[in-house]
Unconditional design. Structure first.
Length: 195
């Protein structure tokens, strides 16, 4: 059992089975088996935007079968179906929507959610964001939003028929964002990006 993050070898690959034995307070994600520290607590603007988006989605889904979760919430993306021991990717998107209840368990979501939303923070690296986009695409997550609080835009990535993401033009603070996956959901970005 690992009780201190400094006991981890960051050059080594780990699995979900390893992840479940770690008993330290720092939050981490596994990306293709490698450990990435999650940045310290996000700034106030990040948290406000996350709360606004989460609240709007939660209200929209109240009478629907889907559920919305905010970080920390583990999303396990196994390398083979129903094989937690071989899972080498455990991510904690800022916001996750799951419509297939069979994917939910006490640890979070096992398999591809229907929608994930990542809100950029100063601590996010380009590599991390690129890796996550590739993982979300490979895992078959139908819709992925990338929210940039600093530049005040959202890009929606949607899977095409070939299983590849197609990115939208950036939605800015003067627009109404519409989700393809959450039919009928609209988000007024002027209420999300407050100057």
């Amino acid at each position: 059992m690992i009780t201190n993050i400094n006991q981890l070898d960051f050059s080594k690959k780990y699995t979900y089975a390893d992840y479940m034995t770690w008993q330290f307070k720092e939050r981490v994600e596994l990306i293709k088996g490698y450990v990435f520290k999650i940045s310290p607590a996000p700034n106030m603007n990040h948290q406000r935007i996350s709360s606004e988006i989460h609240g709007n989605i939660w209200s929209f889904l109240k009478s629907k079968p889907c559920q919305v979760f905010h970080a920390p919430f583990d999303v396990r993306l196994p390398v083979s179906p129903n094989s937690d021991k071989k899972t080498n990717t455990v991510l904690q998107p800022d916001i996750t929507v799951v419509c297939d209840e069979s994917k939910l368990d006490k640890q979070g979501c096992n398999g591809a959610p229907d929608l994930v939303i990542e809100i950029l923070s100063p601590g996010n690296t380009k590599r991390e964001m690129k890796d996550k986009l590739e993982i979300y695409e490979y895992s078959g997550i139908p819709e992925y939003w990338l929210v940039d609080p600093e530049r005040e835009f959202v890009i929606i990535y949607s899977l095409n028929d070939q299983g590849k993401y197609i990115g939208s033009v950036p939605f800015t603070d003067e627009e109404i964002l519409k989700s393809k996956k959450l039919k009928g959901f609209k988000l007024d970005l002027s209420e999300i990006f407050i100057h």
